[in-house]
Design a protein around this ligand. Structure first.
Ligand code: URA
Length: 234
């Protein structure tokens, strides 16, 4: 248990006096009720909100988002909105993205402030499968699956892509599984076989599948089981 004013100091980054003021201004709720007393003892995982944004005491945070089209995966961009403006959490600026997606790509995006965890998600060493639903401009040629499964040298790279699996869904649509995340990898792989990606959606990363109840732009915290999918197995 922890005093509410101390909880606010640690999560919002304010002084005890400022926390008292926020409480007086009725900007803080605990389990949905406005609370004005800083001395209230709350559970460390209580549902506390400040100006409508949820507060989490400590520990790393892990979020999955259904990334919408037109948002960039960086903290700042001169042209497009960033995915971080969709994250209504105090301290969203401390999160980073584990495996960025292009501005026009949609689907499973992972945000965290745990650098080791994101390294396990993104490092090719951990061979974390990423499955993309890909819509192409032209019909998928016969040799595409073989070329991808053998690995190919993309322009400007020193090493071949790792073997990737292509499952054709229809004439112009496929599910592609890759095990690394080179820059614009999927688009460049299809460009290398003379085709063009016109729609790209990430469905899963490792065993973690995008929650289909999340509308584009929505996100939720990962469950303990989902977080553990990327932890070393004991
Ligand atoms: N490959 C791409 O080309 N773009 C992405 O956003 C993800 C994988």
């Amino acid at each position: 248990m922890i005093r509410l004013d101390k909880f606010l100091c640690e999560t919002v980054g304010v002084t005890r006096t400022q926390a008292t003021r926020l409480l007086k201004e009725k900007r803080v709720t605990v389990n949905g009720d406005i609370v004005k007393s800083g001395s209230l003892k709350i559970a460390e995982d209580a549902d506390v909100e400040f100006d409508g944004a949820s507060l989490h005491l400590s520990g790393p945070r892990y979020i999955m988002m259904n990334k919408p089209e037109g948002y960039v995966c960086s903290h700042e961009d001169g042209h497009n909105p960033t995915v971080f403006i969709l994250v209504d959490e105090v301290g969203a600026d401390k999160l980073h993205i584990a495996g960025r997606l292009d501005c026009d790509t949609t689907g499973l995006l992972l945000l965290t402030d745990d650098g080791q965890w994101s390294h396990r998600v993104t490092s090719p060493k951990h061979k974390c499968d990423k499955v993309y639903r890909v819509v192409l401009d032209d019909p998928i040629s016969e040799e595409t699956a073989d070329v991808f499964s053998e690995g190919l040298l993309l322009r400007g790279e020193k090493t071949d892509t790792l073997p990737a699996q292509l499952e054709q869904v229809s004439e112009k649509e496929s599910l592609l599984t890759i095990h690394e995340g080179k820059y614009h990898q999927v688009k460049r792989m299809f460009a290398a076989v003379g085709n063009r990606v016109v729609g790209l959606h990430r469905e899963s990363v490792g065993e973690l599948v995008l929650d289909d109840s999340l509308e584009p732009g929505q996100y939720r915290a990962l469950t303990a089981e989902e977080i553990a999918l990327f932890m070393p197995r004991k």
